[in-house]
Design a binder for this molecule. Structure first.
Ligand code: FES
Ligand code: FES
Length: 128
């Protein structure tokens, strides 16, 4: 199976790899695993007081498509509101990266990770 140019680009030059301080109350962390293959993705967002995602970081222990999907999502969510980020669909990711059918679950992982990060951030706000 050949990877698309977009996947190879993100795989070779991943954007926003890293880790944020999870004890920061403006940071939301999503950590999800793919049942299909056991790959794991951590995606973190930093949210402004106005509810806008200012920064995003990821670390993915997984295949090239999972790394590319998470890299792409960190780029896309910067500047988004929480609602916009929560509405991000894996089909958009798969389309942008031209993922073949066997790699669709890699983009689902990225959708799940951003949703989990938003949920974690919201949960933190209720405990303030
Ligand atoms: Fe091996 Fe995803 S199945 S890296
Ligand atoms: Fe499982 Fe890509 S996340 S093969």
């Amino acid at each position: 199976m050949a990877y698309s140019e977009q996947v190879i680009d993100h795989y070779e030059n991943p954007r926003n790899v890293g880790k944020m301080n999870d004890s920061d109350e403006n940071v939301g962390t999503g950590m999800v695993g793919a049942p299909a293959c056991g790959d794991v993705m951590r995606l973190q967002i930093k949210v402004s007081d106005e509810g806008i995602i200012e920064d995003a970081k990821f670390k993915t222990y997984g295949c090239g498509s999972a790394i590319a999907s998470s890299s792409l999502v960190t780029e896309w969510v910067k500047g988004m509101s929480l609602d916009e980020a929560q509405d991000l669909k894996n089909t958009k990711i798969a389309e942008e990266l031209a993922l073949p059918p066997v790699k669709i679950h890699c983009s689902v992982l990225a959708e799940d990770a951003i949703k989990a990060a938003v949920a974690d951030y919201k949960e933190k706000q209720t405990k303030k």
